[in-house]
Design a binder for this molecule. Structure first.
Ligand code: ZN
Length: 138
């Protein structure tokens, strides 16, 4: 069995945002030379998500509004975690959007449904973040 590991770097100038990282992940898959197997992608941070959904700007706007309704950033004082930090909302948003994506690899390609793409979801940005890509197979 072959294995491959890489860390991608992500830096958003905004506190929140979604980035389609599918092209970078496909590059990792090509580098790995693995044709059949499984691919895992996860942020190495607890205030960011990796998830699979549609690359459609309206939907991303809807995610942002929905997450702000569930876990509004302000007031910071509404959260007990914020006696130490100011990012309680980011931890909660990340929990809702999930930690990782796992994708089957078939014939050297991500075995996606038609509209599936891999996104990085940032909820406490303005700094360097890392995303782990691990691939196993043959
Ligand atoms: Zn925190």
């Amino acid at each position: 069995m072959k294995h491959y590991r890489k860390e991608l770097c992500v830096h958003l100038d905004s506190r929140r945002g979604f980035v389609n990282i599918t092209p970078q992940v496909e590059k990792c898959l090509a580098e790995s030379g693995i044709r059949e197997g499984l691919l895992l992608v996860n942020p190495m941070h607890i205030t960011a998500s990796v998830f699979i959904n549609d690359d459609e700007a309206g939907l991303h706007h809807d995610f942002e509004k929905w997450l702000e309704k569930l876990a509004p950033e302000h007031p910071h004082s509404a959260y007990r975690h914020n006696s130490f930090e100011d990012n309680a909302d980011a931890h909660l948003k990340r929990t809702i959007m999930g930690r990782e994506a796992v994708v089957a690899i078939s014939g050297g390609k991500l075995d996606f449904g038609t509209w599936e793409r891999i996104f990085y979801g940032e909820f406490d940005g303005k700094r360097e973040k890392r995303v782990l890509v691990k691939i196993i197979g043959e």
